[in-house]
Design a protein around this ligand. Structure first.
Ligand code: 2P0
Length: 342
């Protein structure tokens, strides 16, 4: 039997116009489009090897993350995804019969709380598709990664990326048309991001459940959906024009609106910690003093600060506040790379 092994490397991304809420949880279709920046600093490398003798009864997919075996819900999520891949059109029955072994390594600074399902499911999609013998175009890899985790659809590509909500009327067409692709940027748009790592204990609620609660109970959610398409279009225009100030202003507004939407859920979803608010104040103070810096936050207390590459050192130093905070500088990162082993 032939070995079927492939390795993929994908980088994390941070949304500048946020994804928050699904319209179809089964197909992983988002309520809105979103737009992100892929970062060089945080990445996942994943190898998928198909087992020999896969038709043996009881043989199933296994996975390790950073050397430890995955179990429970995490393993089940990976197994479901691998079953989706081997069930795709074009996978030869002899390969589809073989379960996969997944080895995944996250290169994230220890304890940073930034391990990302975006880079994780992007790398898994790339490695699994290649191991099962598929040769998918980037757009189809993005659609596949989306099924693992919405934000993973964006980590297939480098730099600025837009993930289209896709056809809203018909779920089948939605599945075909909800993918990510690169956003053309002005040559002189030279951005960077300072990631402020705050320790605020374990997450109170995972983003998947938090999104579902927001969609179901927040009276602000329809307004969030209504405004976000326009925000994506404006972000694309700002990126094309090389207008960092407009992009930063929009990114901070999108993040604050997303958190406002979830704060209005019942019970409220609150990721903003006291330490996060302090950083938001420090970012506002940087701006008031003439340095372009704009904050964004995701499903946790950490604050990511968009700035010009030329200001990254200053922004990092000011936010670190004499070593009181941990700040990781990051630059735009590349798209996914897949290597198939013979
Ligand atoms: C984003 N986040 O656009 C938003 C902003 C967090 C806040 O995508 O349920 O892990 O797997 O699709 O992608 C995090 O949620 O959620 C996320 P699923 P995902 O980056």
């Amino acid at each position: 039997m032939t070995t079927a092994t492939a390795t993929a490397t994908a980088h994390a991304n941070i949304a500048l116009v946020k994804y928050w809420g699904k319209r179809d949880a089964e197909r992983m279709l988002p309520a809105t489009s979103s737009l992100s920046l892929t970062l060089d600093a945080f990445l996942t490398t994943t190898t998928v090897t198909l087992a020999e003798g896969g038709t043996a009864p009881g043989s199933e997919h296994t996975a390790t993350l950073d050397g430890g075996a995955l179990t429970g819900g995490q393993l089940a999520k990976v197994q479901r995804f691998l079953d989706l891949v081997r069930g795709l059109d074009g996978v030869e029955p002899s390969l589809a019969a073989r379960p996969a072994h997944v080895t995944s390594l996250n290169t994230v600074p220890t304890g940073a709380g930034l391990a990302s399902s975006a880079s994780g499911f992007a790398a898994l999609a790339g490695a699994a598709a290649a191991a099962y013998g598929l040769d998918l175009a980037p757009r189809d890899l993005s659609r596949l990664a989306r099924r693992g985790s919405g934000s993973a659809s964006r980590s297939i590509f480098g730099d600025f990326v837009v993930w289209h909500a896709g056809d809203l009327a018909d779920p089948e067409r939605g599945d075909l048309t909800s993918y990510a692709e690169p956003v053309p940027a002005a040559a002189d748009l030279d951005v960077a991001m300072a990631v402020v790592v705050l320790n605020a204990g374990p997450k109170s609620i995972g983003s998947r459940e938090a999104m579902a609660r927001t969609v179901a109970t927040s009276p602000y959610f329809p307004a969030w959906v209504e405004h976000t398409e326009a925000d994506v279009a404006e972000a694309e225009a700002a990126i094309a024009a090389g207008d960092l100030e407009r992009l930063g202003d929009l990114a901070e507004a999108s993040a604050m609106r997303m958190h406002a939407t979830m704060l209005a859920a019942r019970p409220a979803v609150r990721y903003l910690a006291p330490a996060s608010l302090e950083v938001l104040d420090a970012v506002a103070a940087l701006r008031a003093a003439g340095t372009g810096a704009w904050a964004t936050m995701d499903a946790g207390p950490n604050v990511k600060v968009l700035c010009a590459r030329a200001d990254l050192e200053t922004v990092t130093a000011v936010l670190a506040d004499g070593g009181r905070r941990r700040v990781l500088p990051a630059l735009p990162g590349p798209g996914m790379v897949v290597e198939r082993q013979a």
